[in-house]
Each structure stands twice: as C-alpha cells, then as structure tokens.
Design a protein around this ligand. Structure first.
Ligand SMILES: [Zn+2]
Length: 471
C-alpha cells in the first residue's frame, strides 16, 4: 500500500459545507444492506494470518470463492490461480454487454505484512472494535479492500443488478512481497482480467485533519518506478599500517557525496500538475503558492526549491535516488577490498531504469565503480485522468462529503496497479477509508481504521459501480 498524502496538509480550510464526521456517522447508523456480510468477511479474513510463509492465502481465497458460489456466481466465473504457497482469485460478474464496453477490473490483495502478536496491544489476527476503530492486521491494508469489493459484488448480485459490462474482481496473493500472483494475472492470465481500466482498493482515499474533518480524497493514478541499484568500489587492499590514497571506502563515500549534492531534472505530467493545483489550497500558503507557480511554470527555480525542501511534495517534481544501505571492509586492520552501497530510486514515469543508471554513473563520476540493478524493476506510464472514472468517484464521495477535493496523485510505488498499467490497463487506486495521518499504521503496529469508514466504503463502491457499469 502506498503512503497517503499527508503531513503538511494542515487545518480544514475547506468550505463549511462539509459535515462534521459525527453527523455523517449517525447517518451511517441506518442499517446498510450487506453491512453484516462485509463485517463478517473483514473479521474472518483478519483471523487468517495471510503473511508470507504461513500458506494461508489459499484458505482465504477458498473462503471467498465459497461466498461467491453461495451468492449465485457461476463456478466457471471463479478462478483460483495457485502460485507457490499463495494464490490469486479472480471472479467475473457477467454483464449483458449492452454498453458494448470492455470490463471494469477491481483489485485488492489478500496477503498482509507480518505482525508479531507480542508487539501489539491486541491480537493482530483478531478483529477488535474499540474506541471507534477496528484494530487488526489488514484492517486498512488490505483486507478492508478485499471485504468491501467482495461485499459490493455480492450485494449487486443479490439486488438483481445486471451490469452493462463485465465487472472482474482480481485479488492478488503476494502484493506485499514478490507480486508473482499479480504478474501471473497481468501476464499468462491477462485474458481473465483484461479491462478498460482498473480500480484498485489499496491506497489513496480520504484524509481527515486532526480534528476529524475531511480534507481531501486522493486517487493514485500513476506511480514512480521503484528501482534499486548496488554500487561497489573495489581495491587490492593491503595492511592498514600502510595506507594509500586509493581506498575503496573513500571512493564510495566520494561517489555518495556526489549523489547527495545532485539535483535530478525537473519532471512533470498532466497528473502531477493537476495534483499541485488541487493540493495548493490545502497546505501552508508558502507551499501552496509554490505549487501554483510550479503548475503554471515547472521551470520556476524558486517554486521547485520550495517543493523539494518538502519530501512529501518534492517527489512529484522528478526522480529521487537515495543511499539506503552500506557495507565495506573486512577487518579493522586491513585496507578495504570493497565497499558497496544500496541506492533506492523512485523514477519519474517516462524515464527508464537504464537512463537512471546512466545518470547515476555520470553523477558519481568514477568509471571504476561497479553497478548492478537489483531485482527486476518494472516501469509503468501514468494513467490518463479519465473523466468517467473521476466523475463516478466524485459523485460517490460528494454524496457524503459535498465539495471535497478529489485529488489525482502519483504514488511513489510500488503496488499491484503498476503491473496492470504495464499490461496496458489504466489503473486508479483509492479506498473508501477516511483516516487521520496520525491514525495511519498500515504495515505497522496496531493497524486500524475508523469504524464509520466501513459503511461509507460500501456505499461508495456501490455508487461507483452502478454508475460505471449501469446504463
Ligand atoms: Zn497494500
């Protein structure tokens, strides 16, 4: 899951048309169709420790497949795609094709990041409701997404809704680790998930200020390429009583100092400029002014400097690369024979992994350094700002939060959406979760979501799908 836009978004400067959350919560107390189903799926799925190494994802997939069978989905439209100890689950909700449009893909992931019960205040593998929150591993990332999307399809089916195009639910089984199930779906089984666009319920969504007032709703529509490089300086070494000026550690340190001082070129696209325009009214004036200036003229050096002084915004102005790990030497009384550093980059869409490596070589300015690209980074283009998608999202969100800004955003990577985009399916990531930055503990301890966000999310997905797959 991607970190949501946060910290510097201050005070609720928005229109007074926004209702306090307490009022919204009381409106949500009316019985909501299928709320109990969503709660049960959330509870049961959190009880399954779908952490890598425990082999529990297939159990969850089978559990969900059963719900779909019981809900009237045809066996031939339910696909389990095993991959090692995990699995993907694909469910097709057949429409009658009357719109003539390609399917809509919905996605979330069934696996979670490890949570050690000894470190938590409550059992992470048990859904606990307390102080207005649901606590448990996956309450936000990403069993909330699994439960809300699954329930919405079950509800639509039960209501007799006939989509005007197919709706496909694709649940991956190792998003937090290898993403092999995602690549399987986007590759060998692309025919099962091929769609006009994808809505991914894992990231983005609503942000509350510290007083609990809604500030904005974010839709991640692109992500930077996550790429990691290893750079190594080598040296014949020798005895430390006989030092020389050539030294692997000094060579590496010099290279990293050059990287620290390097400014990557300014980059922008329609999405990032729209993001700055929408976000400007929500932040401190000095930063907001810089955002507006940048949106009009991305080459403005002052605006760029202001944005880059704030890491949560600077990343939307270009590629970033930073040293994250270091090792070197082999004995305290020997000259180092090697020293290496790990450099993690978040590459702006449109720039290749290879071009970024060439820039790193140039910046570090030492032809003797050895470079290696770790793993197999995958680049994806930004998804276009589709009017149908953004309108449907706005309609669903504004029904409860009138006037709330809907902000297109570029995430810093990496999620399932990247593989869908790379397979030619534009993807938009958002959940129905509204949460304060200070309550955000995805991947961390005591992960939680506000209780009142569950009925909202169910209503939101129902509204979006009836609009995009209705008449
Ligand atoms: Zn996630």
């Amino acid at each position: 899951m991607n970190k949501r836009v946060s910290a510097l978004i201050v005070a609720a400067t928005l229109s007074t048309a926004l209702l306090p959350l307490q009022v919204l919560a009381s409106q949500a107390n009316a019985p909501l169709p299928f709320f109990a189903t969503a709660h049960t799926i959330l509870k049961d799925s959190i009880a399954m420790r779908t952490v890598e190494g425990y082999g529990q994802v297939p159990r969850l997939a089978e559990y969900l497949a059963d719900k779909f069978r019981q809900g009237g989905f045809d066996e031939q439209d339910i696909h389990l795609l095993p991959q090692g100890e995990t699995t993907a689950l694909i469910v097709r909700f057949r429409g009658d094709g009357r719109s003539g449009k390609k399917p809509i893909l919905l996605s979330a992931h069934m696996d979670v990041v490890e949570a050690n019960p000894d470190d938590w205040q409550r059992n992470p593998y048990e859904l606990t409701e307390e102080d207005g929150f649901y606590f448990g591993r996956g309450t936000s990332d990403n069993k909330f997404g699994v439960a809300t999307l699954s329930t919405t399809l079950l509800r639509l089916k039960a209501e007799g809704f006939v989509p005007s195009r197919d709706i496909i639910l694709a649940l991956s089984g190792d998003e937090e680790t290898a993403m092999a199930t995602t690549m399987l779906m986007a590759g060998k089984y692309k025919h099962l998930i091929d769609a006009e666009f994808a809505l991914v319920a894992d990231g983005g969504g609503g942000l509350l200020d510290e007083a609990g007032q809604p500030i904005s709703f974010t839709v991640d529509s692109a992500e930077k390429t996550y790429a990691t490089y290893q750079v190594t300086a080598r040296n014949p070494g020798g005895h430390s009583s006989l030092p020389r000026t050539d030294n692997a550690i000094y060579d590496l340190v010099q290279a990293l100092a050059n990287l620290r001082d390097h400014d990557f070129a300014v980059r922008y696209n329609d999405l990032t400029l729209a993001y700055f325009r929408h976000t400007a009214p929500l932040v401190d004036k000095a930063i907001g002014d810089a955002m507006l200036t940048f949106a009009d003229n991305p080459q403005d050096p002052q605006a760029l400097a202001v944005l880059r002084a704030h890491p949560e915004f600077g990343g939307s102005t270009g590629t970033t690369c930073v040293a994250t790990m270091l090792k070197g030497g082999h004995a305290e009384n020997a000259l180092p024979q090697s020293a290496s550093a790990t450099i993690n980059c978040r590459i702006f869409p449109g720039i290749s992994v290879e071009d970024t490596l060439a820039e790193l070589r140039q910046v570090t300015n030492n032809a003797a350094l050895e470079w290696q690209v770790l793993d197999a980074p995958k680049a994806s283009d930004a998804s276009p700002m589709r009017e149908d998608v953004f309108t449907a999202i706005a309609n669903a969100v504004h029904a409860k939060y009138p006037g709330l800004p809907i902000i297109p955003h570029m995430a810093s990577g990496a999620s399932d959406a990247l593989h869908f985009r790379a397979a030619g399916i534009p993807s938009y990531t958002f959940t129905g979760i509204f949460i304060k930055s200070s309550d955000e503990f995805a991947h961390g301890l005591n992960e939680r979501v506000p209780v009142e966000t569950l009925p909202f999310a169910l209503g939101m997905w129902h509204s979006i799908l009836t609009e995009l797959a209705g008449d």
